[in-house]
Write a protein that binds this ligand. Structure first.
Ligand SMILES: C[S@@+](CC[C@H](N)C(=O)[O-])C[C@H]1O[C@@H](n2cnc3c(N)ncnc32)[C@H](O)[C@@H]1O
Length: 316
């Protein structure tokens, strides 16, 4: 059993929060769906494929930065400390750091994807027998289920994969501020942030030639079909990724190819041809924009490493 927040439904139960979020999102003038629902078992597996795509430089850049700076990040860690990974997914990038962790250190990967955490726990137990792994299925924006017995231990947190880019700057700052309370005033936090760069490189990273990101995006409709009701005809929607320069973000949309009506739990949602559902934002930050987010949240930037494409921040 994985430790699970009451706010996250079990696998075989219709998730009332999911139904509510879908109906609320599709009723907006710009239809929307929350991106956390990308990550059921299928979505988490597709995301792993994305990390290997030639166009998706983010994972390679961040993994190299973590490897080059692993000793600086892990050097001060003592066995009584707790390593926390927020939005952990497969935790693969953590290997390069966990191999430097002293025996007996506790690792708490937190994610909404039970599937990703179950696989990560099995893999990490085999690879790092000296590590205590305590996965938690929870929403990182609330962290309701953080293990009570670990609350007073010093934390080294990781928020990788540019996941912070899914939040607008105000919400990113609010969440970082709330983590100061949950992780504790003496915590450190390492965050991976994608840098603002030329539009062609950015759009290509979210619109790969093999169509894997399109599968990932469409999976949110497939998940609604599987878990709530078979409402969507998938071939009638297509993936679109665009750069919104005013907001400094990549937007992912699912565009209806035809005029159609979708029915979910007694509600009807009409689409005109070309109308979209906005499914994800990925904000791209300059170093000064990210500094503002961090400082407004009450954290201080200790160190920053970059390869010109991606940046890694060590906050205290
Ligand atoms: C972009 S992926 C990054 C995965 C991994 N950290 C990496 O760097 O490759 C985002 C991860 O965050 C998880 N996630 C998204 N929204 C979440 C939320 N609100 N609470 C907890 N986990 C969330 C997803 O399930 C997914 O595993």
């Amino acid at each position: 059993m994985l430790q699970t927040s009451h706010a996250v439904a079990a696998d075989n139960v219709v998730d009332a929060e999911f139904v509510k979020a879908v109906i609320h999102g599709l009723a907006q003038p710009q239809k929307t769906l929350p991106c956390r629902y990308f990550y059921d078992a299928r979505g988490s597996d597709i995301f792993e494929l994305i990390t290997e795509l030639p166009e998706y430089y983010l994972t390679r850049s961040e993994a190299a930065l973590l490897e080059e700076n692993a000793s600086a990040i892990m050097g001060q860690l003592t066995p009584d400390q707790v390593i926390v990974e927020l939005g952990a997914g497969s935790s693969r990038k953590m290997d390069t750091l966990l191999r430097l962790a002293p025996n007996g250190v506790t690792f708490v990967p937190i994610d909404v994807s039970r599937h990703a955490l179950t696989e990560a726990r099995t893999r990490l137990a085999a690879k790092f027998p000296g590590l205590v792994v305590r996965p938690v299925v929870d929403d990182f924006s609330t962290l309701d289920a953080f293990p009570a017995d670990l609350r007073h231990r010093k934390k080294l947190g990781f928020f990788l994969g540019s996941t912070i880019g899914n939040l607008d700057p105000k919400h990113a700052s609010d969440m970082l501020r709330s983590w100061r309370r949950t992780l504790g005033g003496n915590a450190e936090l390492v965050i991976g942030v994608d840098l603002l760069k030329d539009e062609t490189t950015l759009v290509r990273a979210y619109n790969d030639a093999a169509g894997i990101t399109a599968q990932f995006n469409l999976n949110i409709l497939a998940r609604i079909n599987r878990e709530i009701t078979p409402a969507f005809h998938l071939p009638s929607f297509e993936h679109r990724a665009v750069f919104n320069a005013d907001k400094s973000r990549i937007e992912m949309h699912l565009v209806s190819k035809v005029s159609q009506v979708v029915r979910i739990c007694g509600q009807t949602f009409s689409f005109t041809a070309g109308e979209s559902i906005h499914t994800e934002n990925s904000y791209k930050h300059s170093s000064s924009a990210f500094r503002t987010i961090v400082e407004e949240a009450g954290w201080r930037i200790g160190r920053m490493w970059t390869d010109g494409l991606f940046s890694l921040y060590h906050l205290a």
